[in-house]
Design a protein around this ligand. Structure first.
Ligand SMILES: [Zn+2]
Length: 319
């Protein structure tokens, strides 16, 4: 069980974070049917309908089922609104003090949460200044959840950290912690990254480049799950090259992962390069070449259709 709590803001603001208690580093395989219950608890207002939560959960299931190639599905239950009483939970309390009274409210209304793999408490009333907190397999959400927020919080319960982005990478990256344009663990809602999918066990280990040559990378919506990314291992980390998701025309995006930054609760975060060649252009288009001086270069072959063909040239130090 993961013992970390995260506070989530849609703009990536981390307002608070809580204690790490139990070491639980390592793999983050998540496959199979996940039983998820959304418990609606009101401390006064009921600002949105149960049906809209049910619909958002269904959309989240569609997203996860597609992204995982059917390896994960969500079996979702949404309770009716339950009256939480007069005293709403303190947003500043410890995780245990937030979740214990919510569990009691659910149980008092006849909803046992223990059989569920993930529990979302969707709470109306408290004004917290953030959207949600994840702690182990429990999530506390204080606004109307859309599918993107559900997927994002679910990702945390799967062991995924925020997907970052950086415009500048020198000796180290200056990172926007939640800046990834494509991953739902960043600000995107297109698809989980190949790196995230490999860690979750949704696709097999992707090819690591050991020699100079031509390589094919398939779009993430095809079932060619063995070649959805190309990984170049360099001293500063792993470069994950993949097809920009959601588009048919070839275009390469690059993320950098330093495996040594795995935490007790989450896999190592990835950083999308926002300016791999020039400012304002995160996508490397056919004919362009991405270079890491002294290490490697990758040219995207001129073509109008995927799969993307990459010509990789490794320096002597990486061979
Ligand atoms: Zn988050």
């Amino acid at each position: 069980m993961r013992r970390a709590a995260r506070v989530v803001g849609m703009l990536g603001a981390i307002i608070a974070s809580m204690a790490f208690v139990v070491p639980d580093a390592g793999t983050s395989i998540v496959v199979g049917n996940q039983r998820v219950i959304a418990v609606l608890i009101s401390f006064g207002p009921r600002p949105f309908a149960r049906a809209s939560v049910t619909a958002a959960m269904a959309e989240a299931n569609t997203f996860v089922t597609r992204s995982s190639f059917g390896r994960v599905s969500l079996q979702t239950t949404t309770t009716p609104w339950i009256d939480g009483g007069a005293v709403s939970p303190s947003c500043a309390a410890s995780s245990e003090r937030i979740f214990a009274p919510l569990r009691a409210v659910a149980a008092g209304a006849g909803y046992q949460t223990s059989p569920y793999d993930r529990v979302f408490y969707i709470v109306a009333g408290p004004d917290c200044g953030f959207h949600g907190i994840e702690f182990g397999n429990e999530v506390f959400i204080v606004r109307e959840p859309d599918a993107r927020l559900i997927i994002h919080e679910l990702g945390h319960t799967f062991g995924l950290p925020h997907a970052g982005a950086s415009a500048v990478c020198g000796t180290w990256c200056v990172t926007q912690e939640q800046g990834d344009l494509y991953s739902p663990m960043g600000i995107g809602f297109t698809d989980f990254s190949a790196y995230e999918k490999e860690q979750l066990g949704w696709i097999p280990r992707q090819p690591r480049v050991a020699r100079t040559g031509n390589y094919l990378v398939y779009p993430s919506n095809l079932r060619s799950i063995g070649r959805q990314a190309l990984v170049i291992e360099a001293p500063e980390g792993e470069y994950w090259l993949e097809q920009r998701p959601g588009r048919a025309a070839p275009g390469m995006i690059v993320r950098l992962v330093n495996p040594e930054t795995t935490s007790r609760s989450f896999i190592a975060p990835s950083t999308l390069l926002l300016a791999p060649i020039k400012t304002g252009h995160p996508v490397i288009t056919p004919g362009q070449t991405f270079r890491v001086p002294g290490e490697f270069s990758v040219k995207v072959a001129r073509a109008t259709k995927t799969p993307m063909r990459l010509n990789v040239s490794l320096s002597a130090t990486l061979r």
